[in-house]
Design a protein around this ligand. Sequence first.
Ligand code: ATP
Length: 872
Amino acid sequence: MVSARTLFERAVKTHLDAQGLLDAVRDRLDRLEAESTHSAESAQQQIALAARLERAAAEAAPQWLGAPWQVVAQERFPLEHSARPGEPALIRVADAQPLPGVGFPVIVPFTGIGHIALDLDARDPVVAGLLRSIITRLVAAFPAGQLRILAVDGGALGAPLAPFHALVPAGVMNEPVSELDEFRELLTEAEEQVKQVQAGLNPNPDVIVIVTAALPPNCTRSDYARLAALAHAGPAARVHLLLAGYASRSRSTWTQLPPLERTTMITTDPSSRGHFRIGDPPEESFGGGLNAPVTLDPAPPPGLIDELCRRVAAKAESDGKLVFDDLVPKELWTQSSVGGLTTLIGRVGRGDAVVSLDDATPHWLVAGRTGAGKTVFLLDILYGLAARYSPDELALYLLDFKEGVSFSEFIPTEVDPTWVPHARTVGVESDREYGLAVLTELVREMGRRAAAMKKAGVTNLAQLRSSRPDVALPRILTVIDEFHVLLKGNDDTAKRAVGLLEEVARKGRSYGIHLIMASQSISGIEALFTKGSSVFAQFAMRVALSGGGNILDTLNDAATALPIGQVVLNNQAGTASANRRARFPDADAPSLHALRHRMWEMRTPGSPPPAVFIGYAEYSVDDAPPPPRRSLGRRRRVALVGRQVDVGLSSAAFPLDSSPGRHLGVIGTSLVGADVLSSAAISLARQHDPGTATFHLVSLIGPTEDEVEGLEARLQRNGHEATVLRLPEYRNLLHHFADHPPTDRDFANYILVYGADAATSTLKQKEAGRSRTGLDEFRTLLREGPAGGVHVFGWWRGARRLSDDLGIQGKDDVAGIVALNVKGNEVGQLIGRSHVQWQPRHNRALLIDRHEDREELIVPFVSPGRYSEEFA
Ligand SMILES: Nc1ncnc2c1ncn2[C@@H]1O[C@H](COP(=O)(O)OP(=O)(O)OP(=O)(O)O)[C@@H](O)[C@H]1O
């Protein structure tokens, strides 16, 4: 390949040749005039000189770069052939015709070397023609996708650049901007490339050419200074200027424009109308430019521009197309996460867009308006990481607060039982409390890792990993999508969330725990900023999709109008100079499916699927995981009533022991109350050998009769004693226990009362021959029963009804409460507390254990189809 230096020298020599030949032509002309003869010999010499100049120009500016348009039209030169990014190129700009019949092309150094500027703007049709000519030559000469034209038309009303419109959708050229602030944005974009290259961050950038048909009116001294700075530093970063209208405006308060370095100036020739003068090329002086007036190169024929633009646009689009598989390494799970996590997200220019979660950028903020491609971006990142790191190196906690399917690609479903083996916990349409649970779990894990480091006498994760090669210590990446839901409002949940986030964000990096928080909502980002500005500051890495500019600096508007599939990556908390504009591919379903299956096949046999929390899912006691160990004890049985909203969704349990009041009251009109009682019974039955418990199933209301009878049959099938009782038998049962208080704790009596409030008026009545009412006996049983193995599970359809049944003296005698559709203040009155955080919601309940001073949000167990029945 010809070196840049050689080419440049050759170009300069061509110029010098031209100058020399011009002088020779002049000499010859003088002599011919003196001799007053026009010999055939002199005509031939002139033709020979012109031919030599043509040849020299054709070598220095070959094919598209330098051939006259009629030759281009005939020859059909190949595209993308004559220029390479980073290599110097000369380009034809004019024809000099010092004598009639003696002309030569004027070529000047441009890309790879310097710039071109004209004093007239493109309102002059001759200048417009030259701009079109130069743009056409560039677009045809450079490989597709490696040249970008930043077009400005601050006064020529769009016409000069209009023929190139087909290049806009392909990303080769922007829609020409006309306003001053838009022009400044383009300058910023070019300046960013210069900074990136200078910082060594982009060794192989695209060629950028800023083309102005006219500068916007009211450009200030500082705008011109920016152009001058680009003229100085641009070429080394492949940034070039093609400026029409670079002349001082007479009415301006300042007249002297800053000189543009490395620029060939083309100015109007005051002495010859319609002609121009070509100044000295960069870094060479011929003593005031080319010593001949020139005619500017005309625009190519319109058909040629159209066809070229169509072909180039199609090529740029197909070459630039990224697919998901481009992000996936050939071999999976080969990387170590000791130093951090790194993956490929797409392309910056033609280079790879590589992103990391490491000490420098441990946490990320991602923002973009809805539909901007945030879900796809997160899938690209997560699958890209999962493909590089094994589950021993990377664990994923995924949390999504919105209605949608963002993370369903990670969990087993009915149609596809595979999962991504890195996923430990996945929350879909999560509750805010589930968010707190995940953050709490992260804080606990940090505590465990801190303790392990202390024990091993090491100070960082890498050392801990090498001191304990037997233990997997993966980096944990937690992704919280639509995090603003977690922070909304000013309640306890929001406050706790900010506190936990602060802790994880501050300390996570030391323990290999990373956060990616994503939001589409400006108010969410603002909430984070105002409620936890110190949290915000921990997120050095900002990823802005279209409309997500609010996570960048206020003056950084790079994300205002990004197309789908592009992001601004900024690893310096949004400072404009750190913007990297990257393209990322769509995460198409077949590719995700194929990769998930590959990874699933590679998982350690027997490794568990992720703990999945699906906000809208119904859970049944039949699939209940074991209760948390803390609730079990020697001789303590537990009634399971639902799932806790925690990581792993453990069973929500109410432990039974001999203390007075170990009973459970379910309150609310919802029929879920019946299901909670049945679930308690079924779970207790599992903990008893046949013959060690009796289930008294008191059925007092119509709608749940069938369910109670079904439960009776089921318990009996499992070998337990179970009987359905109606009101009179229930009253007799109370008499029985009043007369024969049970004393054998090893034999349990469970009394389940469906619609307990329906018995109140009957139980209140005095009966002949009995000194106490049924209600009195009931109250005594609540107090004394647990010591003899009797526990009551009642479903009251209102909080007041339960408190009436308990009476003032016995108000504490039901220690467990499951609140369904009752208001928080009613629950508060029942348990004697002014402040209970409870808003009734679908598919949720509040479990209170007054003895253990515990309140937890649960998903109550229901019988299948319960909710569709309720809404029918
Ligand atoms: N890089 C890309 N290339 C092509 N299409 C894309 C790309 N990224 C996203 N899309 C398409 O854009 C649409 C919106 O993407 P996505 O669902 O990721 O948006 P979102 O920001 O998560 O939206 P929402 O918040 O409303 O769910 C989808 O149809 C997706 O296929």
